[in-house]
Write a protein that binds this ligand. Structure first.
Ligand SMILES: O=C(CO)[C@H](O)[C@H](O)COP(=O)(O)O
Length: 149
């Protein structure tokens, strides 16, 4: 899978994220503080990663900032993006299974190395929504995007 990754800070957990994704066989495109010369501001680098998902350049993205909040807000402003701020594996599983999230937002402050691996395990193991009600909710969110375009 091609995965865009952004972070506004060059923190050890962001580097660990790049390595984890590559070790899992993903093609990783770094943005922000993880890419020399790129704009490291959270609003800018989260948008850049999210736009790659929206335009199909990337399958998914992982966006990071200190709290994860700004990164998730910026990513969610890009039509077609469903970003979920996940601080644990259960939330990551639900974000994929129920919300069809296509962008994972992480807090650099809260996410330890072991927790990062748990979150990624859950994120990649879960299927997109199978249940009709979940699909209808996701379709309804897509209609919100259409209304904003
Ligand atoms: O968590 C964040 C945004 O939600 C940022 O990482 C935090 O605000 C720090 O940014 P800066 O170094 O530009 O002050």
């Amino acid at each position: 899978m091609r995965i865009s990754v952004s972070s506004d800070m060059d923190e050890p957990v962001a580097r660990l994220l790049l390595g984890e994704l590559r070790a899992r066989g993903h093609d990783v495109a770094p943005h922000g503080a993880l890419s020399p010369g790129a704009d490291p501001r959270w609003a800018a680098c989260s948008e850049a990663a999210a736009r790659e998902v929206a335009d199909g350049t990337a399958d998914q993205a992982v966006v990071c900032c200190w709290t994860g909040t700004g990164a998730s807000i910026a990513a969610n402003k890009v039509p077609g993006v469903r970003a979920a701020l996940c601080t644990d594996a259960y939330t990551a599983d639900g974000a994929r299974r129920w919300n069809d999230a296509n962008v994972l937002a992480l807090s650099l402050r809260l996410t330890s190395g072991p927790l990062l691996k748990e979150i990624l395990d859950a994120w990649f193991a879960a299927d997109a929504p199978q249940d009709a009600e979940d699909r209808e909710n996701v379709a309804r969110v897509a209609r919100l995007d259409e209304a904003r375009r």
